[in-house]
Design a protein around this ligand. Structure first.
Ligand code: TYD
Ligand code: MG
Length: 455
């Protein structure tokens, strides 16, 4: 039998037998810390297989149960990311960088749910009640029937929740919770796991929905939200660039709805405002068409979102030119540069390449390949793409363009926002957007020839 591991990674929770500078499981540096073993007292237990338990009743897969009733908050962007509202007895984790707006979002959510008649308790382990009340005042939420507590002792919190039986309890944050039966400091992997386990079991047993806030941590002393992702039903991350007003709430796991769904918010002086039409917001800062700027028609979860990709290509003074990417995968950028060189004979050797997704948005769809290639070419050739054009398509290593999913939705969204041209792969199912001229391209070579007049 393996011995109790006594080191664990605070970023991903992986157990290690000895200390190391880098975690093999997630690649993070300086995140491995020593943990007190979970149980040291008493003689080694006999294996479970040697003793008899009681047989558990088995059932089949048939069900008469209706889908879970959901409570909507009225914050449509939040309800959308939850998969259509809050499911009773569910456990939700909301992760994000410190200061990104998690407490603001959840206080607003608590107030919205409470106003619809749900019993809501907001437990802050980070701020005093007076501070939370001041924030509520600033957000105009003081009249909402939310019950508030400033507490970190998990035993007391569970006792309170058991007495009150709210429909929703928000724990801000899981890293400040302290279970007195676990011998390690608050914020350690053992404490965070144990607190999350107690709270999620409470949710299942008592029918209370629980939202746990988790700070994404950079230093290794405090466990991050990834350590408890597997214990909860839904994992949401609140993202955004500090310099930008936009905040994106992204579902990365959801047992009750689609993952990859996003909700878009704007941080204002009076809290988070919902952005119902993100495409308009992401394109609002776009000037007249410039070389290197291309609009990509993407899909986030169930909805189309148009974003602007920007590329800059400049002569490099370095022996190994720079490849800098914000909001897109750098490996994928190298692949597109290689395809451009190998299939179209267009080299970026000796050139620095910068690629940015405007508005602090992060794009992960391969469908953006063609738009990235177009932005790179447009920057390199110093030729702007025709105005009012959206681009999408996946690139294969052979240089061929592959059709992508939800083409019709992408085209409809572009048409709705006043675009008149689209460039898409051949064999795409076009239709539904009659006001749009769609140019279909079989491969990258014909795209380069048609749009940039070179082959
Ligand atoms: P907060 O919700 O405390 O972040 P987190 O809980 O994720 O650590 O948000 C803090 C930031 O939000 C802070 O820098 C101020 C800003 N903010 C606003 O811009 N407007 C507001 O109405 C509020 C309440 C906060
Ligand atoms: Mg906070």
């Amino acid at each position: 039998m393996a011995k109790n591991a006594s080191f664990s990674c605070t970023a991903c929770g992986a157990a290690h037998k000895k200390w190391a500078g880098r975690c093999d499981a997630c690649g993070a540096w300086n995140t491995i810390v020593e943990e007190a073993p979970l149980s040291t007292a008493g003689p080694a237990r006999r294996t479970l297989g040697g003793t008899r338990g009681t047989a558990v009743p088995l059932t089949d897969l048939r069900t008469e149960e209706a889908p879970p009733p959901r409570s909507t908050s009225g914050m449509s962007e939040l309800d959308r990311v939850l998969g259509g509202g809050l499911v009773p007895a569910s456990a939700i984790l909301v992760g994000g960088d410190p200061g990104i707006g998690k407490s603001t979002l959840l206080l607003q959510a608590a107030a919205s749910f409470a106003r619809t008649g749900l019993g809501c308790i907001y437990v802050s382990g980070e701020e005093a009640s007076a501070q939370v009340r001041m924030r509520a005042q600033r957000l105009g939420l003081t009249d909402a029937p939310v019950k508030l507590a400033a507490e970190t002792n998990l035993r007391d919190i569970l006792t309170t929740l058991d007495a009150e039986r709210p429909d929703l309890a928000i724990i801000d944050s899981i890293q400040t919770m302290w279970a007195d039966n676990v011998e390690s400091a608050p914020g350690s992997v053992a404490q965070v796991r144990s607190a999350a386990h107690e709270l999620t079991s409470f949710a299942k047993k008592r029918g209370t929905s629980i939202i746990l806030v988790g700070h994404v941590t950079k230093d290794g002393q405090i466990a991050g939200p990834r350590v408890i992702e597997h214990m909860v039903d839904t994992v949401l991350y609140f993202e955004g660039e500090r310099g930008h007003q936009f905040r994106i709430l992204r579902a990365v796991k959801n047992r009750f709805g689609p993952a990859d769904e996003i909700g878009v918010f704007e941080m204002t002086g009076a809290g988070l405002a919902e952005v119902v039409n993100p495409s308009a917001l992401f394109l609002s800062e776009r000037d007249t068409p410039a070389p290197g700027s291309v609009v990509f028609s993407g899909i986030e979860g169930t909805r189309p979102v148009l974003v602007e990709l920007q590329a800059l290509v400049a002569p490099s003074s370095l022996s190994q030119p720079r490849r800098t990417v914000v909001g897109w995968d750098s490996g994928r950028l190298s692949m597109i540069l290689a395809v451009l060189e190998a299939r179209c004979g267009i080299s970026f050797g000796g050139l620095d390449v910068y690629l940015n997704v405007a508005g602090g948005m992060r794009v992960s769809e391969p469908a953006a390949d063609l738009a990235v290639a177009a932005a790179l070419l447009s920057a390199r050739e110093d030729i702007a793409l025709p105005a009012d054009t959206v681009v999408f398509g996946e690139l294969s290593l052979s240089g061929a363009l592959r059709p992508v999913g939800q083409t019709e939705n992408r085209l409809k969204e572009a048409e709705k926002l006043g675009f008149t041209n689209a460039i898409a792969p051949t064999r795409s199912k076009i239709g539904g957007a009659d006001g749009l001229r769609v140019q279909q391209m079989p491969d990258l070579t014909s795209f380069v020839g048609d749009i940039f007049g070179a082959g």
